[in-house]
Design a protein around this ligand. Structure first.
Ligand code: S3P
Length: 438
């Protein structure tokens, strides 16, 4: 398939209003729970990115009739908790770790076998973290070499509830265990070492399934269904908005309004970190939509300074570090991150790929096993390899706005996994960004 590169040059201030793409995490869960509900659900604001389309297509292959998406609207004719059918072949989940891990939890409880595969990046990602606890529940799952995909799920096993302390804060693993727990005998409890995004817990309750939370322990009891269908609005994705929060902060004279952005408190670490660096971000029109906090964000340019990122904020900003490192490169002084070894097992090794890219632009970076220290410096032009990672591609597009020469970001095709309208949105607010097919 042809590769896509971005060519970015520094330019004038960024101005305007933008609604970024729908929230990826919420979109996946809305599709999954609607498919398991008894009857028709209508989802609006859905992310039409490849990752979510991967989940949609997986449920079509599992026998669920789904219409759309058209302009973010998806109609899902849920089949009930026990209505899924054996797919004709392996389910290909593309680049999407969320799809593979959440579906592993759901599919190990079905009475048929499934095989889960993905693209080159997903086939390298760790899956024992999810297979291990599901086996403790009675599931039969085989992972590939070194605990990676493909996942071979046997199905047809009775599951029993477990009490499981997560070794790392992972919403994907938590969600997989809770989804399996809907089918397990008795109570399933997941104990988190630190809070991770809680969309699954909120949405299960929104679909009428009881979830209890006692401090860090989150529980479901099997067999309490059915899930009741309904209408769900997906907010704009703060993880996608993050690139614009950084861009408007670092380009002098900028001011952007980002509308209807999800502001779930388990996701807002990026706002806290950027504000601690001196960013001017105002939160307006706060409301609650489909059980999730939503607000408009107004961001204006302001001088940034380096900070030591508090470890407690790491899981609350885990997907936003590529953008935060660009803010750090444009700040005065040094920004230090530790406690983020998880970044090495995302769509790429984000610590290594970001360090390499920042160095290529002349930024002083020190790499630790679990983080980076980034010292703000004038950015030069250069050629960056995104490593096929959507968030790294978008982060370096933002870096190009402050570089003294042109920045070429290679291998940006996967931006379509999470933010299909990124280029158009960026150009509309004033990025000097061109796309080249190579
Ligand atoms: C996600 C959880 C996080 C995050 C990912 C989406 C989710 O992954 O990085 O982009 O939707 O549950 P981990 O569970 O691996 O932390």
């Amino acid at each position: 398939m042809a590769s896509i590169d971005y060519i970015v040059k520094a330019g004038g201030p960024l101005q305007g209003t933008l609604k970024v793409a729908g929230d990826k995490s919420i979109s996946h869960r809305a599709v999954i729970l609607s498919a398991l509900a008894e009857g028709q659900s209508v989802l609006t604001g859905l992310l039409e990115g490849e990752d979510v389309l991967g989940t949609v297509n997986a449920f079509r292959a599992l026998g669920v009739a789904i219409e759309g998406p058209i302009a973010g609207r998806l109609v899902v004719n849920g089949v009930g908790l026990h209505g899924l059918k054996a797919p004709a072949g392996p389910l290909d989940l593309g680049n999407s770790g969320t799809s593979m891990r959440l579906l592993a939890g759901l599919l190990c409880a079905q009475d048929f076998a499934t095989q889960l595969v993905g693209d080159e990046s997903l086939m390298k990602r760790p899956m024992e973290r999810v297979a291990g606890p599901l086996r403790l529940m009675g599931a039969v799952i085989k992972t590939g070499r070194e605990g990676r995909p493909p996942l071979e799920i046997q199905g047809g096993q009775p599951l029993r509830g477990i009490r499981y302390a997560l070794p790392v804060a992972s919403a994907q693993v938590k969600s997989a265990i809770l989804l399996a727990g809907l089918y397990a005998e008795g109570r399933t409890t997941v104990i988190e070492p630190a809070p991770s995004r809680d969309h699954t817990e909120r949405m299960l309750q929104g679909f009428g399934y009881p979830v209890d939370q006692d401090k860090a322990a989150i529980s479901v009891v099997g067999g309490k269904g059915p899930l009741t269908p309904g209408a769900w609005e997906v907010p704009a994705d703060l993880s996608s908005a993050a690139f614009f929060l950084v861009a408007a902060s670092v380009v002098p004279g900028s001011r952007l309004l980002l509308t209807r952005v999800g502001m779930n408190p388990t996701r807002t670490g990026v706002v806290a970190i950027l504000r601690a660096m001196g960013a001017r971000i105002e939160v307006e029109n706060e409301t609650v939509v489909s059980g999730e906090q939503v607000a408009d964000l107004v961001v204006s340019a302001s001088p940034l300074h380096g900070v030591v990122i508090p470890p407690a904020l790491v899981p609350l900003a885990i997907d936003e570090f590529p953008a935060i490192f660009i803010a750090a490169a444009c700040a005065q002084g040094t920004t230090i991150l530790h406690g983020a070894e998880e970044l090495r097992v995302k769509e790429s090794d984000r610590l290594a790929v970001m360090a390499r890219g920042l160095k290529a632009l002349g930024v002083a970076v020190e790499e630790f096993p679990d983080g980076l220290a980034v010292t703000g410096s004038p950015l030069q032009g250069g050629v960056i390899d995104s490593g096929g990672d959507h968030r790294i591609a978008m982060a370096f597009a933002v870096a190009g706005l402050r570089a003294q020469g042109r920045v070429e970001v290679r291998d940006c095709r996967n931006v379509a996994t999470s933010f299909p309208g990124f280029v158009e949105g960026a150009q509309a607010v004033g990025f000097d960004l061109r796309v080249m097919a190579s």
